[in-house]
Design a protein around this ligand. Structure first.
Ligand code: 26Q
Length: 825
């Protein structure tokens, strides 16, 4: 049998067609009489899957054979987006499939549209994890991702009458050709129960037993690298009932109870929490986290133990990266297994643990920091709570030796927050249990060491690092902007820029070239056409192709200040109205202002902002005096697939958070790569984008991070309407008068900045925002200037490739090397 398996699948047109047809016949069992384009998608995907699996198995074997040090990237979210096009491009088979599929009667692009968008993430953090997988595969790193296979991804957003509605996203409805269900990889996961102490050889031993057991089953998702045969794995866990339970209830004669227990077990991984910034301590969420952690650690240890070796080699063989604190219980879980199951002394076990772990922080917003009440945690994971106390005790003892009698310091470093009830601070646990801690942009990493984690920094300055985020040029240029990719390939005489984005910098000498500029403009225009069509289809609004496409797409949050954007839009509208009709076109440039993004279902102010945007859109879009000088669009259900259409078509994108609050932002990088200019504050990665592309090629405005505290103090002592610029007061007045309807809820919204201290400083930044907007208009008038700025943005964006980011993680945190498997063909 094994001999027969040695041959590799061919990739010529005929073989591809044969494999597609085979899947139609034998996998889908379809006949010509009930066949649709969706079935074509399924058959094509299965044929691509065959090719992925081959490389996937070879890669796994190769890593095992070479016994390489492995990276495990743990994340509660992976926002992957569609697979098919990305897989074909990474396998360099898109042209072959295009031709093969065309002859079978289908257009490959239309086939792409059939795929659901796997959306197992909220936003930045989950999408970052997805970009990282692509880069880890492409850089040939022996890495695996671990996450959760939610049955329901992030909700689908409908906008009706200006309100957001959330519709469940059951993305597995039609099966998922991209996963491999591992019926034989199941791990038991325990919840609740109690800890029994026994004495063995004069030592106390802890046994955690009782409670409930469920199973975690592995689903593998192959991740192909680009221009390499390496294909790595994203292993996602799904919860299932454990057998034992059935028998318990069965013996008690309660058949229905038995079935209920089974359902409860499946429920654990059923839904992704749609909250990305406001922590809420729900038990189910902790169960999800522990399921991920417990199954992953069992898997990691099983692999480590396959080769008989000493435990001291553990940190030389594994590196575990925590994507925020959500999987931080892995620290405690590994320690628990080492001391309770493997019988290792705690001091030694602890050394193995913290040398293996590292932690990435993604926020300094206090409301987003995870803290678990000790009652909840101690009830669900009793042994883990004990171990947390032990870790904390040992740690604080060391601290008090270094800083005797410094109680303030001790309480800020402690894992336990001495509140009522007491809480476990997951960030403190993560820092203590890791050898490296990093922020996601220079400014953010700096803030961590000077504010949130200052005391930890003083204790172990070398632990703290920066790893500025990045995005993958495969999905965010090569896939989503095919024409731009073609232009690069032609100009550079090859496509090696796809894995080495620094090459596009060589196009600097083309910036002044009129032909190149024309090509650039032509591509942007075609992308705008595509978005125009999408907007027509999805929003029933006709937008002016010659207007400036101005976009803000991201999760709705007060700190991201979509509110400030729409307040400016109102100001612009009022200004147009005040101008005599015959002068309007001379004075104002046509703009299409587009917003998109989901609000967490319970985030009332975020929902009010959506309502305001939609109310203004209604008013402006139907105002016959405005015509195509201005249109406002709410792009519904912003997700990875839509982003791939929106971003390449954008000319101006908004990244306007209050300084210090956006850790990095990653869409800013995608926009820049696609030749959009940025209007933004000196926050997150914007700061580094400015360094790379030059401030003169951006529209930077607003208070700097060091000014924020002073501004807040000033504001607290001043009447808002006095320090707000008159333009802002006028806009607020209009809303207050009911000019845009929905007066009650919109008043509530404007009161958050008028009466309640304008925490996000819209008032303080408004004036400089107006000035930046003015500069935008001036630049856009000069088409060639705008084009040159756009080109400069794109060709100077190479720092923001996730390949650069991942190489830094590999060198500076994980200590892993590339292992590229020889290409069999
Ligand atoms: C935590 C506990 C309970 C429920 C939900 C959560 C939760 C889930 C997701 C908390 C936070 C998130 C996501 C955070 C996030 O996306 N942060 C963003 O990370 C990006 C990648 O580093 C940065 O670019 C953004 O600046 C940051 O906001």
């Amino acid at each position: 049998m094994w001999k027969l398996m040695q041959s590799y699948i061919k990739n010529d047109k005929e073989t591809i067609q044969q494999s597609i047809v085979n899947h139609v016949e034998y996998t889908l069992a379809k006949t010509r009489f009930d066949f649709s384009i969706f079935h074509a998608y399924q058959a094509i995907s299965h044929s691509v899957r065959d090719r992925l699996i081959e490389a996937f198995n070879d890669t796994a074997q190769y890593f095992t054979h070479h016994d390489c040090k492995r990276v495990y990237y743990l994340s509660i979210e992976f926002l992957m987006g569609r697979y098919l096009q990305n897989a074909l491009i990474n396998l360099e088979l898109e042209d072959n499939y295009k031709e093969a599929v065309l002859e079978l009667g289908y257009n490959l692009e239309s086939v792409y549209e059939q795929e659901v968008d796997p959306a197992l993430g909220n936003g930045g953090l989950g999408r970052l994890a997805a970009c990282f997988l692509d880069s880890m595969a492409t850089l040939n790193l022996p890495a695996w991702g671990y996450g959760i296979r939610y049955s329901y991804g992030i909700f689908r957003q409908l906008i009706k009458d200006g309100y957001q509605y959330e519709v469940p996203d059951y993305w597995l409805d039609n099966g998922n050709p991209w996963e491999i269900e591992r019926l034989d990889v199941n791990y038991p996961i325990r919840f609740y129960g109690y800890v029994r102490k026994i004495h063995e050889n004069g030592k106390e031993k802890s046994i955690w037993e009782g409670g409930e057991l469920v199973l975690a089953r592995a689903y593998d998702n192959p991740i192909p690298g680009y221009d390499t045969y390496n294909t790595i794995n994203l292993r996602l866990w799904r919860s299932l009932p454990a057998r034992e339970f059935d028998f318990n209830s069965f013996n008690q004669g309660d058949y229905f109870k038995a079935l209920e227990e089974r359902e409860k077990a499946e429920y654990i991984t059923s839904v992704l929490y749609p909250n990305d910034s406001n922590y809420s301590g729900k038990e189910l969420r902790l169960k999800q986290q522990y399921l991920l952690v417990c199954a992953t650690i069992q898997d990691v240890i099983r692999r480590f133990k396959k080769k008989k070796r000493d435990w001291k080699e553990l940190p030389e063989k594994i590196a575990v990266q925590l994507n925020d604190t959500h999987p931080a219980m892995a620290i405690v879980e590994l320690l628990r297994v080492l001391i309770d199951h493997e019988g290792i002394e705690i001091e030694f076990a602890w050394e193995l643990v913290y040398k293996s772990f590292s932690y990435t922080n993604h926020t300094i917003l206090p409301e987003a920091l995870e803290k678990w009440g000790i009652d909840l945690l101690g009830n669900l994971l009793p042994r883990h709570l004990e171990i947390v106390y032990i870790i904390n005790f040992i740690f604080l003892e060391k601290v008090s030796k270094k800083f005797p009698n410094d109680h303030h310091r001790l309480s800020s470093l402690s894992i336990i927050e001495e509140s009522n009830p007491k809480k476990i601070r997951m960030a403190n646990l993560s820092i203590i249990g890791s050898h490296a801690v990093n922020g996601v942009a220079e400014i953010h990493s700096k803030l961590l060491t000077t504010t949130l984690f200052k005391d930890f920094y003083e204790l172990r300055p070398k632990k703290f690092q920066n790893k500025t985020n990045g995005v993958t040029p495969r999905r965010w240029i090569r896939c989503c902007n095919v024409q731009l990719a073609q232009l690069y390939t032609e100009q550079l005489g090859g496509d090696t820029w796809v894995t080495d984005l620094t090459q596009v910098r060589c196009l600097e000498n083309m910036v002044e070239d009129p032909d190149f500029q024309n090509n650039w403009q032509r591509i942007k225009r075609q992308n705008k056409e595509q978005l125009k069509w999408w907007v027509k289809e999805n929003c029933q609004i006709d937008i002016n192709i010659d207007s400036l496409f101005d976009v803000q797409v991201k999760r709705l949050h007060e700190y991201k200040r979509q509110f400030m954007n729409i307040l400016y839009v109102i100001h612009r509208y009022l200004s147009i109205k005040k101008t005599p009709a015959d002068q309007r076109h001379a004075k104002f440039l046509p703009r299409t202002i587009m917003f998109g993004g989901k609000a967490a279902p319970g985030y009332i102010n975020a929902k009010r902002i959506i309502k305001l945007i939609c109310s203004v859109a209604d008013k402006v879009n139907t105002d016959s005096e405005i015509g195509d000088l201005m249109k406002i669009v709410y792009l519904p259900n912003y997700n990875v697939s839509n982003a791939q259409i929106i971003i390449p078509a954008t000319e101006l994108s908004q990244h306007i958070s209050t300084a210090g609050l956006e850790a990095s932002g990653t869409s800013n990088m995608k926009f820049v790569m696609n030749g959009s200019l940025i209007i933004g504050t000196m926050d997150g990665a914007n700061v580094e984008i400015a360094e790379e592309v030059g401030k003169e090629n951006m529209f930077i405005f607003g208070a700097l991070v060091d000014e924020i505290e002073g501004l807040r103090n000033h504001m607290r002592n001043t009447e808002p309407s006095q320090y707000f610029p008159p333009e802002l007061n006028e806009v607020l007045q209009k809303i207050d008068e009911g000019f845009f309807g929905a007066v009650d809820e919109l008043r509530e919204l404007i009161n958050t900045i008028r009466n309640r201290n304008d925490y996000y400083l819209l008032g303080a930044d408004f004036k400089s925002y107006l000035e930046a907007q003015k500069k935008v208009d001036e630049c856009y008038k000069n088409k060639s200037l705008w084009t040159k700025m756009s080109i400069r943005n794109a060709i100077r964006s190479s720092k923001f490739s996730s390949d650069r980011t991942i190489q830094q993680y590999a060198d500076e945190i994980w200590g892993v090397k590339a292992f590229q498997i020889p290409n069999p063909s």
